[in-house]
Design a protein around this ligand. Sequence first.
Ligand code: SF4
Ligand code: MG
Length: 328
Amino acid sequence: DLAKHFPVERGIVFSRVIGSVRAVDGVSFDLAEGETLSLVGESGCGKSTTARLVLRLLEPTAGTIRFAGEDITRLRGAALAPVRRAMQPVFQDPYASLNPRMTVGRIIAEPMEVHGLGDAAERRARVEELLRLVGLAPYHAERFPHEFSGGQRQRIGIARALAVNPRLVVCDEPVSALDVSIQAQVVNLLKDLQQRLGLSYLFIAHDLAVVRHVSDRIAVMYLGEIVETAAKTALYARPRHPYTRALLAAIPVPDPRRRRREAALGGDVPSPINPPPGCRFATRCAHAMPRCREERPTLRPIGEGHLVACHRADELAVPDIPSLAPHP
Ligand code: SF4
Ligand code: MG
């Protein structure tokens, strides 16, 4: 039941709080060991804020985070250090997230220094091992980030995340800034590393195309809430929330003769400042009825491990989704 509300102020000299941005508003999910859960939604839906809450980079307004059975929500200082080590982030922009003045070797070694792991020689050996692990030659340790392509930089970012042997890697749109031709390589690398190292992934993405290959389960977020959660196969074959369907309809279909049943998604995500009481998707939903604007739908089971927050999920026909090509 995680929440993060940011106060919104107006006025320069005498500012006053006029409301709050409900960036994350009562989100619940679990992630099993070795599993990949993807959080998917348009920009502004709260998925990155959720990731930062899980990583304990932000303080939640409400709710609880448990990691390996322990309530970590209020851990601080030295008590938080082992948790920080066990959860490592991979960021969206491999250009902005690597310090341009540091060699690749120092960038990758930094988390080991922060956590006091090994001496200088051990860290150097570990950097070379990590570079090989992500498919880069060990001599790259002497170079600087600007000498690498976007895909190579993201490999460096992944090596840095793995330096301290994390159990959970939080990947916040790790391939969104990369060329489509490179995205699959990085996704495949992440899959491969997960199998070899037994990692768990919380994977953030803004569309359902990228996460198709990498996910075990998917949670779709809209305006600070999870509106649907299901195993990957169920979510792609039998999406039940109108928003999930619209996101799926937005994925390019390999065969252009196959018509889309569901209209593509129009408009933008409304402002998360003081959202209206009913269903937050009602302003964009083709199936909205009066009840939707008054009563907030809550997540409820609709199939095995499948939850949906929509008043009309039972009556709306399960769509015939054309089979999608595997991610390139
Ligand atoms: Fe659409 Fe109503 Fe379902 Fe919301 S609750 S998604 S407005 S049908
Ligand atoms: Mg984001």
